[in-house]
Each structure stands twice: as C-alpha cells, then as structure tokens.
Design a protein around this ligand. Structure first.
Ligand code: URA
Length: 239
C-alpha cells in the first residue's frame, strides 16, 4: 500500500512531466469516483485507484504487462528505420513510461509480442536460462516433408552458432505449413533454421509463449490487452 500525490501518480502512469500533470489536474481533466479533483497535492492510495482522464478510464498500475497481436510491417526496434515502431500501436502513455518489447519479432513476423516497463521481468522473460517455449506457425515456400520435420527436430547447424539448434516440437499442419516450438530466441531463428533445412519461410506468426496462446486472448491484428496475474503465470515454464 502506498500513497502518492496526484501529480506523481499521473506522471508515473505516463501522462507527461510532473509540471504538465499538475496543470492537467488544475485544469479539471482528472476525475476520481465521478468527481473532478483539482488539488494535485492531495495524496491518494495507489492500490486499486481508478481515475478518468481525457474522457478515458484508467487504473493505477505499478507496471504494465501487455500482449500486442503484432501486424506485419511494424518494427520492434527502439529506433525503427523502415517501418513504424510497434509502440505507435499503443496509447502514448506507454511510451512515456518506457514500455518495451520483450525480445523482438522481425518486421514481417506477426502474432504475440509481450511488452512491459518492468525491467527485471523483461530480463527474466528473455533470458535463455529460463527456457520459455515459443510456438510459431510458419508458412513455407516448398512443401513440408517428413525429412524437413525430422531435420528441424534433430537440429540444424546455423553458420554462426557453435552447435546445431533443434526444435522442441515440430509438426506439419498443412502442405505448406508447420508448427515449431523453440526455447531460444536467436536472430531470425525460425527463418534461418528452415533455410538451413532446405526450405524457405514465406510467412511467420508467433501463436503462443509458454502456455499462453494468442487464440485465448482473442485479439485482432494490431490489438493489445493487459495481462492478468493468471495469464502472466502461464508465461512461466512448468506452470
Ligand atoms: N524467428 C524468426 O526467424 N523471426 C522472428 O521474428 C521470430 C523467430
């Protein structure tokens, strides 16, 4: 439980500088429990605090944990160069509070992208030691053969890796489509593994992280949602 003044609360939630947040409150932009509150000095319990600002309802969150259903042609990099960044798909407040992607998807890869402003969470979730399985649906340029599936399960050698990399799970789902589960997150890993096994990745979608599936979230491409504690627990291996 902790109490903070309203200007600090709004700043922590990404509504701008402290000075700007003070002005917002004084200008009557903020309501709590249906009442406009104009004194930014007033301290409020942050736990469970709900407020309305710019005609939108918000809940105080110490950190945000979200999933975006990433569309193609958006970059995960902080300084995107050829396509807009994924942060442009989220409310502006998230950029102010330094929400970042947890790991990266290529600009043309679609599907589940975790994002957060919790540094230790980002670090733990993207650490190779954690072995978080990630499920991808790959569309291939050539038909999926039993030899391709076996090669991906046995491990393929990528030229800059010391040892072959293997899929934890790989199964054909259509003539030109397979599902593949990886625990590492090497650069272009699915595409490079498919190429090393003699095929080519024509399209790629991430459909699950740990036990949390994109389908269960019901997000259209470009949509995002906050993750509940139960959903967050599904990201941890062994849950
Ligand atoms: N593997 C790839 O090749 N690209 C991605 O975006 C993710 C995994």
């Amino acid at each position: 439980m902790s109490k903070l003044s309203l200007d600090r609360i709004l700043q922590s939630q990404g509504f701008g500088t402290r000075k700007y947040c003070r002005e917002l409150v004084e200008d009557g932009e903020l309501s709590i429990n249906g009442e406009i509150v104009r004194s930014y000095k007033q301290a409020w319990e942050t736990d469970g605090l709900r407020f309305r600002i710019f005609d939108e309802d918000w809940e105080y969150r110490e950190h945000v944990y979200i999933v975006l259903n990433k569309p193609a042609n958006f970059e995960c990099s902080r300084k995107p160069s050829h396509h807009p960044g994924v942060l442009t798909l989220l409310p502006e407040q998230f950029s102010w509070r330094d929400v970042q992607p947890v790991g990266r998807l290529d600009h043309d890869t679609t599907g589940m992208l975790l994002m957060s402003d919790d540094g230790p969470f980002i670090h733990a979730q993207s650490s190779p030691k954690r072995h978080v399985p990630k499920l991808y649906l790959a569309t291939t340029a050539e038909p999926v053969t039993p030899e391709l599936v076996n090669a991906l399960l046995a491990g393929v050698q990528l030229h800059d890796e010391p040892a072959p990399l293997a899929a934890q799970v790989c199964r054909k789902t259509a003539e030109y489509q397979l599902e593949i589960v990886l625990e590492q997150g090497k650069y272009h890993q699915v595409k490079r593994m498919l190429a090393a096994a003699g095929n080519h990745c024509a399209a790629l979608q991430r459909t699950a992280i740990g036990q949390l599936t994109l389908e269960s979230l019901g997000l259209e491409e470009g949509e995002w949602c906050f993750l509940s504690p139960d959903q967050l627990a599904l990201l941890v291996p062994g849950s």
